[in-house]
Design a protein around this ligand. Structure first.
Ligand code: GCO
Ligand code: MG
Length: 415
């Protein structure tokens, strides 16, 4: 059994934000899609694919997924990194899409079938102040969310990570954390300012207000976005214990695995990390020493379905669960891949979810659905996402960067 890869094409489109998609077509005319979007560094992955991967894919056997993964990973000699691993992820995901379509099955069936009826999703509530935050949580509950990420403005700081600039008003907010765009030919990142002490003073009071208003049941999450030192993170984890968080995410910069030991010694607040990771070896200390509770990798940035399955199976050995990365800079293709894994694996924890814009959903025709707080990949064969090339062409690439963060004295800090 062999199916020749006939063509492979990189599609860059920007229906509100930039997405990079790999589209592989077999000799039988079966199409597979893979997400290769790396927010703010999109063209590097597009070039890696176009210049160095597509020429190797042509005429290969599309059915040999593991072999192709190893060929691209070991064959490059140079290992890991977000650009390489996003490129490999796109190929891998597209080949799984093809295999599942050829089998006439939704991908989760090839991964072993459903382990649950749907994937619990968490939504992003935020507010510049507490009243606006409470309104945003209410709006999310009305939309059916059963778990909520809580981010707020900090008194004294002009703009803070995770806080949408417009008010919720009951509708969906699409302006969350857009990669900033400039005008003219030169685009520079926006700059934000940060004060960790002000943040540490304020956040526990916010969770106090949220628990007062919504009671003890609602699962609440919070993202520290890499901004604390280990001892500051330990202190925040302790201060938040009375509010029973589902998780505290990215308390410290992710590359320092040992930092989690110090946090863990001081707090029972569950910890999640890994959205900037791209390899199982980013996690080995964290998993084997049980220093985290949730794995935050994106399928898109961690080598695709094949590598994520292995990573999550290793996490399962230690009783650690999934919390797959799913903000809107993961394309609907990457999101669908996450949902098939969520349904199939045993150690599912929660799935991050933000609806994509109407323009994005015109380019990417999805079939997954959000209902009563749960996400469901559809039973459409494959991933269940199709790319409308004509619509994609209407939204050309626009240079855009994520913001840069500085302490109030001007020192560059983690964003
Ligand atoms: C999250 C993340 C995102 C990232 C974004 C960067 O928890 O969803 O922190 O909001 O900041 O993916 O591109
Ligand atoms: Mg995060």
């Amino acid at each position: 059994y062999a199916v020749r890869i006939e063509s492979a094409e990189v599609v860059i489109t920007s229906p509100g934000r930039n997405f990079v998609t790999l589209r592989i077509v077999t000799e039988d005319g079966v199409t597979g899609l893979g997400d290769a979007t790396l927010n703010g560094r999109e063209l590097a992955v597009a070039s890696y694919l176009r210049d160095h991967v597509v020429p190797l894919l042509l005429d290969r056997d599309a059915s040999r997924i593991e072999d192709t993964w190893q060929y691209l990973y070991r064959g490059a000699y140079w290992r890991r990194g977000p650009v390489t691993m996003a490129a490999i992820a796109a190929v891998d995901t597209a080949l799984w899409d093809i295999k599942a379509k050829a089998a006439g099955m939704p991908l989760y069936q090839l991964l072993g079938g459903a382990s649950r009826s749907g994937a619990l999703a968490y939504g992003h509530a935020s507010g510049r102040d507490v009243p606006e935050l409470l309104d945003s949580i209410r709006a999310h509950l009305e939309q059916g969310y059963r778990a909520i990420r809580v981010q707020t403005g900090i008194p004294g700081l002009a703009s803070v990570y995770g806080v949408a600039s417009a008010s919720a008003g009951g509708g969906e907010r699409y302006d969350y954390e857009p990669a900033r765009r400039g005008s003219g030919s030169r685009v520079l990142p926006a700059e934000e300012s940060w004060d960790t002490r002000a943040y540490l003073r304020h956040v526990p009071t916010v969770f106090e207000a949220v628990r007062q208003e919504f009671g003890p049941e609602l699962p609440l999450l919070h993202d520290g976005h890499h901004r604390m030192t280990p001892i500051q993170a330990a202190r925040l984890g302790k201060a938040l214990e009375p509010y029973d968080l589902f998780w505290l995410e990215d308390a410290t910069p992710g590359e320092d695995q040992a930092a989690l030991r110090l946090i863990r010694q001081h707090t029972t607040t569950p910890l999640a990390i890994g959205e900037v990771f791209n390899h199982v070896h980013d996690y080995t200390t964290l998993l084997s020493e049980r220093l985290i509770d949730y794995v935050r990798s994106a399928v898109t940035h961690t080598g695709g379905v094949t590598a994520m399955r292995k990573l999550l199976d290793l996490a399962a050995v230690y009783g650690i669960k999934s919390g797959i990365h799913g903000p809107t800079d993961i394309s609907p293709v990457g999101m669908a891949a996450a949902l098939h894994l969520d349904l199939a694996i045993h150690n599912f924890g929660i799935q991050e979810y933000m609806p994509h814009t109407a323009d994005t959903l015109e380019v990417f025709r999805t079939s997954f659905r959000f209902e009563d707080g749960l996400l469901h990949p559809s039973d459409t064969p494959g991933l269940g996402v199709e790319l409308d090339a004509e619509a994609a062409g209407r939204f050309p690439y626009q240079p855009a960067y994520l913001p840069v963060n500085r302490l109030t004295d001007g020192t560059v800090h983690d964003w």
